[in-house]
Design a protein around this ligand. Structure first.
Ligand code: PMP
Length: 285
């Protein structure tokens, strides 16, 4: 069945949706995005995703074409029109279409706003039951990974390298240790129960799920350390997991072919996933 998507103020069938070949998102990756999970036809952590969107836009001096309230209404309209019970909504804003030039176009250039839905299971998935396998690769991305741009070629190459190696995803590594996954934040759990995740900086994306899950960690009175951790420390961990808007809390059971813990999702990871998803359902809007 054809989806209804949203393009620059209009709801159209996906086959009828068009963007200019001069769009700067297409030519320069001059665009930012957000992905919000849908559970029971409601939006998970929506307000926080829109706050990050505003930040990404302002870091790139890009205009916000519509208000958060309008964006909320568009999200709900797409859920209704596409009958999305569970899945995700993708939103992208580019600086708009203008003659190709590295310099930004005139301020009156209209930004391009696109949203579309994807129906799929997110709460109960085989990967969450078995855990996933990751490889590590050098982090070769640019220096402002805190801005959620559509510049995703390197993470895409890393994901393909993981697939070729028979794994599910790649965790990226810089001089200080593991930064994050191709599209998720990375965590390890040590034998004494401490949870370690990289501190926020320009080196990683400030995950919205990360923020919510760290609140759960605090509520559960678990010990958290926001700091860099090495590949060696990760290999000796008893549990590992990642967080993202559509993966929620996802167990990682193998790193570079090395089994983590007993090779099954660990108890702390499972508990965090359960509590986060319950919270997400309770607070979805
Ligand atoms: N890091 C990167 C590089 C990502 O692409 C994502 C997901 N877009 C995340 C972390 C997780 O962020 P969130 O929890 O907001 O989905």
């Amino acid at each position: 069945m054809s989806r209804t998507v949203f393009v620059n103020g209009e709801y159209v069938a996906e086959e009828q949706a068009h963007i200019s070949v001069f769009d700067r998102g297409f030519l320069f990756a001059d665009a930012v995005y957000e992905v919000t999970a849908v559970l029971n036809r409601k939006l998970v952590d929506f307000t926080q995703h829109m706050e990050r969107l505003d930040r990404s836009l302002s870091e790139l001096a890009m205009a916000q074409p519509v208000s958060t309230d309008e964006l909320r209404a568009i999200h709900h309209e797409l859920i209704a029109r596409n009958d999305v019970d569970e899945g995700l909504i993708y939103l992208q804003i580019s600086r708009g279409a203008a003659d190709r030039d590295f310099a930004f176009p005139d301020e009156d250039t209209e930004p391009t706003l696109v949203l579309f839905t994807q129906v799929r299971a997110v709460a109960d998935t085989p990967a969450a039951r078995t855990g996933i396998r990751v490889i590590t690769v050098p982090d070769k991305r640019w220096g402002r990974r805190d801005i959620k741009t559509v510049q995703l070629l390197y993470p895409s190459l890393a994901k393909m390298e993981a697939k070729r190696a028979g794994a599910d995803d790649a965790w990226m590594v810089d001089e200080q240790g593991i930064t994050e996954g191709t599209s998720n934040n990375a965590y390890i759990v040590l034998a004494d129960g401490r949870i370690i995740t990289r501190q926020l900086s320009h080196d990683i994306l400030p995950g919205i799920t990360r923020r919510s899950v760290l609140r759960c960690v605090n509520d559960m009175q678990l010990t958290l350390e926001e700091r860099a951790f090495s590949l060696d420390e990760a290999r000796s961990a008893t549990e590992a997991f990642f967080t993202s808007a559509t993966g929620f809390v996802m167990p990682v059971v193998e790193i570079d072919g090395h089994t983590i813990g007993h090779g099954k999702p660990g108890p702390i990871t499972n508990r965090l996933r359960e509590i986060y998803i319950q919270d997400a359902r309770d607070n979805a809007e």
